[in-house]
Design a protein around this ligand. Structure first.
Ligand code: GDP
Length: 273
């Protein structure tokens, strides 16, 4: 595992992510790649990511033996969903899938259910953080009467991106227009992905970033086990409600409550030993 192209696709609901992934996915499969499509919804912690899960059907590629489509993991905390998705990525790679799409609604984006395509206030609409994170940007739905607006948006975004400092990868993101319906722009986007990969493989950023992700996940895995061990500890479970109540009633400070609960936990685990 570890060698696949991992492509995170983010955008507000309705932006056209699923349709785009399906269209470019068909093209990528025709280039003899094995494709996995996973979905994660970091914004719906409570529903466990069901928004994307229900929708990501990708009917035209689902039956292809070279394609694996998995909707969002349906349970667990945000960290749990992210970890399960990561484990699935690694499993898919080990199973020979060399292109992995991860569809996600960006954090804080699901509330702003606007359609991105078209000119105007979009530059304010899109989150700065997303722009800084993106390696490629695609203006979707560039078809019919929308073509002109999409091209205008492309010019605007390309201009705006030039104002950001050069990313760590040394790659300045490019902006594309595409239509999943008219099947236009897909080859260009895929070529952009290949150019980007080539660039970061040559300058070492690819490996650097993978190593950093591995380090991050080592700590995340530790944190999750510790967290679960704490919250599932019988002595903690027996007392935590009462502490929560006292914090809510302003009878004890949150720090003292936390410290006392941790003391209970450590004392309990020591007794168990
Ligand atoms: P997601 O929520 O970002 O995954 O968006 P979807 O892929 O579900 O698409 C949202 C809506 O936009 C659907 O009604 C699609 O049919 C429509 N749509 C998606 N891609 C295109 C496109 O390239 N052109 C046009 N005209 N409509 C599209």
């Amino acid at each position: 595992a570890g060698g696949a192209v991992r492509i995170g696709v983010t955008g507000v609901p309705g932006a056209g992510k699923s349709t785009f992934i399906e269209a470019i996915g068909n093209m990528v499969v025709s280039l003899r790649h094995k494709l996995a499509v996973l979905a994660i919804d970091p914004s719906s912690e409570r529903s466990g990511g069901s928004i994307l899960g229900d929708k990501t059907r990708m009917e035209s590629i689902c039956n292809n033996p070279s394609v694996f489509v998995r909707p969002s993991p349906s349970a667990g905390s945000l960290g749990g969903v992210a970890r399960k998705t990561r484990e699935t990525i690694v499993l898919c790679e080990a199973a020979g899938f060399d292109v992995v799409f991860i569809e996600t609604v960006g954090v804080g984006q699901s509330e702003t259910a606007v359609q991105i395509s078209g000119a105007g206030d979009e530059l304010q609409g899109i989150k700065r953080g997303i722009m800084e994170m993106a390696d490629l940007m695609v203006i979707t739905k560039a078809d019919g009467e929308n073509i002109h607006k999409a091209e205008l948006a492309q010019t605007q975004f390309q201009g705006a991106l030039r104002l950001f400092p050069m990313p760590e990868s040394g790659w300045r993101p490019k902006v594309y227009t595409s239509s999943a319906v008219a099947k236009t722009g897909l080859e260009e986007v895929w070529k952009g992905v290949e150019e980007y990969l080539d660039h970061i493989q040559k300058n070492g950023y690819f490996q650097h970033n993978r190593n950093r992700q591995n380090k991050y996940w080592m700590y995340e895995s530790i944190n999750e086990v510790l967290r679960n061990s704490f919250y599932r500890d019988p002595a903690v479970e027996a007392r935590i409600g009462e502490y929560e109540k006292r914090v809510l009633e302003d009878k004890i400070s949150s720090f003292i409550a936390a410290k006392e609960l941790l003391d209970i936990y450590f004392k309990d685990t020591r007794t168990l030993e």
